[in-house]
Each structure stands twice: as C-alpha cells, then as structure tokens.
Write a protein that binds this ligand. Structure first.
Ligand code: ZN
Length: 303
C-alpha cells in the first residue's frame, strides 16, 4: 500500500478579498500532490469533522460553543484574525478531524500525512494568530485518553513558537512539546515548551539542521514516545512573508526527511501536519507545503 494522506475540500473556507491569510494554499497542496504524481487518488483519506467531545479534550467548552455558534466577541475574533463564518467553522472542525485521522493512520501504518493542521497558537479558551482549535494538543490528549498512545511527542518546526500547545499541555507529563522557532518571530511572549530551541534571525539550512540534530535524537531517547506529531511548517523558508529564518527548499526537504527517518528508524510512528507558510503566491506556497509529503513518500518507499 501507499502512504496514507488525509485531505478534505473543506480545508478551504472563503475569506474576504484581500485577506492576508493564504487560505487558497490548502487546495493547492492537494493539486500539487496529484499534478506532480506525489500521490494517486487512492492514497487520499477523508476525515469526519472532529466532535465537540474531541475538541473539548483540550479546549474550554464555553469557548468552543461560542466560536461554533458565532458568539465570540469582536476582540476574540480579531485575536484569531479571521472573520467568523459557518464555512470557517466547518473548516475548523474538519481540519482538526484530519489531524486526528492522520494520527490514527500513523499508528496503524507507521506514517501518515494531513494536508492541513498545525494550528499551534490556539490556547485552551482563546484562539490566536489564525489558529482556533489546537489540533496538536487535541490529538495528543485524544490519543492518550483513548489509550492509543501513552506518550506523545510533538515536534513543532514551524518558525513561530508553539505557544498554545505548550500552554495547554504544560501539566501533561506524558505529552511532550518540542519547538524550534525564530526568537524574533511572533509570539513575542513565549510560553515554555518541554524543550524550546530559539534560533537567531537569518539562520540558514546548516545552522537549522545542526540545531535539530543536536536535540531530536536525545529527546526521542528520553521521552520514548509511542507517536510523534510533526508540525512541518514551511515558514522558516527564506522567501516566507512572515518567517525570519533563511531555509531553502532543499533545506526543508532535508529537515523533513531527517525528522521522519530519525523517528521511523527507531520504530516510532509519525503523523505530519503542514503548519504555517505565508506568501501572496499561493501556488508556490502550496507546492512548498508538499515538501513534507514528498519526504514522507520517499521514507515510506524505503521502509
Ligand atoms: Zn508559523
């Protein structure tokens, strides 16, 4: 069988013209995977939207209901950065469902990828920075609660710190958070992950990969996770509109390959989510987000 990839057309919700968030990239990821022959149609799985019970494993029930019903106040929605719509609510629950299915498929097959996810700035009772529900925190709690994984390691390589995830999972000893990010990027008030590696502005492929190699193998040995949830954000790329690091396409590919190989060689399943990436050119950006699926396909073939 081929690498399982979770996708849903509902990952895209319309935004007002000129909105800064590159929503179109979620459709482009799917198009590039098919166009470039990275995946065939039979590899795609379609998840159900996450349920209220699943979401509230990591979120305050009042926050979840108020968001779902369009009752959050203007200030809370401005902190999220999206105008409320029913389509956005559908997208939010669906993208989270995709991460949960990817995690389940990863446990079953060793590796699986979503074409969305990585909403790591969402806190227990508030969204932030284009993130409404924290799929990484929900998935970690859900795997743990259902007895599917005793220990979960979240490897968050988005250029921004995984502050929401760190905050939600602060007291969960078996759910371990690792964030490599640019110190000078949002959020300006960082939370404490179990392990944070802050890189300086302009760090390149060599610096980045060395930092990762200095920490990931030890962390895997110490935590011995039953699964890794990997946020493969592409915003450390040098052309990213928000990220302040300087990785190349090749650097991102080497990074993703390294994370996947390092885990899988140790028998640890990995579920990947795409994380952040910002550019007005959603076509190029969507293709950049498929680097992780390309790396995963390679690793899948070689194992
Ligand atoms: Zn980011």
């Amino acid at each position: 069988m081929a690498l399982p990839i979770v996708h849903n057309p509902d990952h895209v919700a319309p935004l007002p013209a000129g909105h800064r968030f590159p929503m179109g990239k979620f459709g482009k990821v799917y198009e590039w995977l098919v166009r470039d022959g990275v995946a065939t149609l039979d590899q795609f799985h379609c998840a159900q939207p996450a349920t209220f019970e699943q979401v509230t494993l990591a979120h305050d029930a009042t926050y979840v209901s108020e968001y779902a019903e369009g009752r959050l106040d203007g200030r809370a929605m401005r902190r999220i950065g999206f105008p409320w719509s029913e389509a956005l609510v559908r997208r939010t629950f669906t993208a989270l469902g995709s991460t949960l299915l990817a995690a389940e498929l990863a446990l079953e097959h060793g590796l699986a990828c979503s074409t969305a996810g990585g909403t790591h700035h969402a806190f227990r009772a508030a969204g932030s920075g284009y993130c409404i529900f924290n799929d990484l925190a929900v998935a970690a709690r859900w795997l743990h609660t259902r007895g599917l994984a005793r220990r979960v390691l979240i490897v968050d390589l988005d250029v921004h710190q995984g502050d929401g995830t760190a905050s939600i999972l602060r007291d969960d000893a078996d759910l371990v958070t690792f964030s490599v990010h640019c110190d000078a990027n949002f959020p300006f008030r960082k939370e404490a992950s179990d392990l944070d590696v802050a890189l300086p502005v302009g760090a390149d492929d060599t610096t980045y990969l060395a930092a990762l190699a200095a920490h990931l193998p030890d962390l895997l040995a110490q935590t011995r996770p039953n699964i890794v949830l990997y946020d493969a954000g592409v915003d450390p790329h040098r052309d990213d509109a928000l990220g302040k690091l300087a990785l190349s396409d090749e650097g991102l590919l080497r990074r993703d390959r390294y994370v996947l190989e390092t885990c899988i060689q140790r028998g640890i399943p990995v579920a990947t989510v795409i994380g952040g990436g910002y550019s007005k050119d959603v076509d190029t950006l969507g293709r950049r987000h498929t680097i992780v699926h390309r790396a995963a396909s390679e690793v899948w073939r070689h194992t």
